[in-house]
Design a protein around this ligand. Structure first.
Ligand code: HEC
Length: 86
């Protein structure tokens, strides 16, 4: 009999709660992914480095005012993420 054994070492990855529901997109994990996707190219992969005033991205409205290409709900998730890491 094969039994699933989850105690294997090396799973240090934080398991994001599955938000497969779609539009509840306000988790910091999502924000982190969105940041890497949409912001890191200009603002750097580590927002804590503070390149180009990224710290103000903790306010979603600042981000969307500055960058019309950013989706509002994306900016919201990114803001949550930035609030955690800055
Ligand atoms: C194409 C390059 C580029 C991308 C991609 C980009 N930014 Fe920026 N961002 C800039 C530049 C340039 C500035 C202006 C810096 C300044 O005004 O000193 C800026 C400024 C900002 C500011 C500061 C606004 C202010 O006036 O204080 C915030 C917040 C910001 N970006 C957030 C984001 C976020 C969040 C993302 C990802 C969704 C993003 N940016 C993606 C280039 C980019």
């Amino acid at each position: 009999m094969l039994e699933a054994n989850n105690s294997a070492s090396g799973s240090s990855e934080t398991t994001a709660t599955t938000s497969s529901g779609g539009s509840s997109g306000n988790s910091s994990a999502q924000g982190e992914a969105l940041y890497a996707e949409q912001c890191a190219s200009c603002h750097g992969s580590d927002p804590a480095n503070g390149r180009r005033k990224i710290s103000r991205g903790t306010s979603a409205s600042v981000t969307t005012r500055k960058h019309s290409f950013v989706d509002k709900s994306d900016a919201q998730a990114i803001a949550i993420y930035l609030n955690e890491v800055l």
